[in-house]
Design a protein around this ligand. Structure first.
Ligand code: 13P
Length: 266
């Protein structure tokens, strides 16, 4: 059974002065069994959030990492520098593909670094609106996956707890979501790409696929009702404790239902 994951991407929000308190509030409002919780604050807030979450069974992630471990890369942060601060990392977010022009090849290098450094990666993929409207969404996402995963060892990725987040670009921060059925179809297509194109076979079924893009406590249950979807990567709503409480509670209900269906306890 795949884990249920609710990952908060705080993007360029919060400061070192307020991030710890927000993280602690979210932690205390989201204590549910069967759900992996991850908070990804800006780099400068990682220490405050780590300290606030100490002993609370909720993980801290970075929003990016450089592919080299050290060197002349002004303004960048390496995996070595994240040691002790974060155990997860978001890679290939569409805002970085757009603003920092991150290519699939570069994202692949970051992925390799994350794995070798013991960071659990969340690889983001997703199509633009024009690509969906022209019927190319699956092809675009498959190309992103092949580009980032080329040459990577399946075992290393699986051992690292590799997670994929499907985030259609047109659904991010817009209040407009993909339909749950379309998101589930993409999750199936993602696993088909891993299984067939990349030769992962049945191991593709082990990989959690999250949906991201205007997820809220009001709509997350629709996505979680799809067996192919294993949680959410949440932006705006993840800054609101009430919203996080609702989303994690919904994921906990799903975790219990899926465990019961498999004859296990969540
Ligand atoms: P929103 O939830 O604000 O749409 O952002 C989604 C996202 O980009 C998470 O990585």
């Amino acid at each position: 059974m795949r884990p249920l994951i609710i990952a908060a991407n705080w993007k360029m929000n919060t400061t070192p002065a307020d991030a710890g308190e927000l993280a602690a509030t979210i932690a205390s409002r989201t204590e549910e069994p069967g759900v992996i919780r991850v908070i990804c604050p800006p780099y400068v807030c990682l220490a405050a959030v780590r300290d606030a979450l100490a002993g609370k069974n909720i993980s801290v992630g970075a929003q990016n990492v450089h592919h080299e471990l050290a060197g002349a890369y002004t303004g960048e942060i390496s995996a070595a520098q994240l040691a002790g601060l974060a155990t997860w990392v978001i890679l290939g977010h569409s805002e970085r593909r757009r603003d920092q022009l991150e290519s699939d090849e570069l994202i692949g290098k970051k992925l390799a670094r994350a794995i070798s450094s013991g960071l659990r990666p969340i690889l983001c993929v997703g199509e633009l609106l024009a690509e969906r409207e022209s019927g190319r969404a699956v092809e675009v996402v498959a190309t992103q996956l092949r580009g980032a995963l080329a040459g990577k060892e399946m075992e290393a990725l699986l051992n690292a707890g590799f997670v994929i987040a499907y985030e259609p670009v047109w659904a991010i921060g817009t209040g407009r979501t993909a339909s749950a059925a379309d998101a589930a179809a993409m999750a199936d297509a993602i696993r088909a790409t891993l299984s067939a194109d990349l030769g992962w076979g049945d191991s593709a079924e082990v990989v959690p696929v999250l949906y991201g893009g205007s997820v809220t406590s009001a709509n997350i249950a629709d996505f979680l009702a799809e067996p192919a979807i294993d949680g959410g990567l949440v932006g705006g709503a993840s800054l609101k404790p009430d919203e996080m409480a609702g989303m994690v509670a919904s994921a906990a209900v799903t975790a219990r239902a899926r465990a019961a269906a498999e004859g296990k306890t969540a």
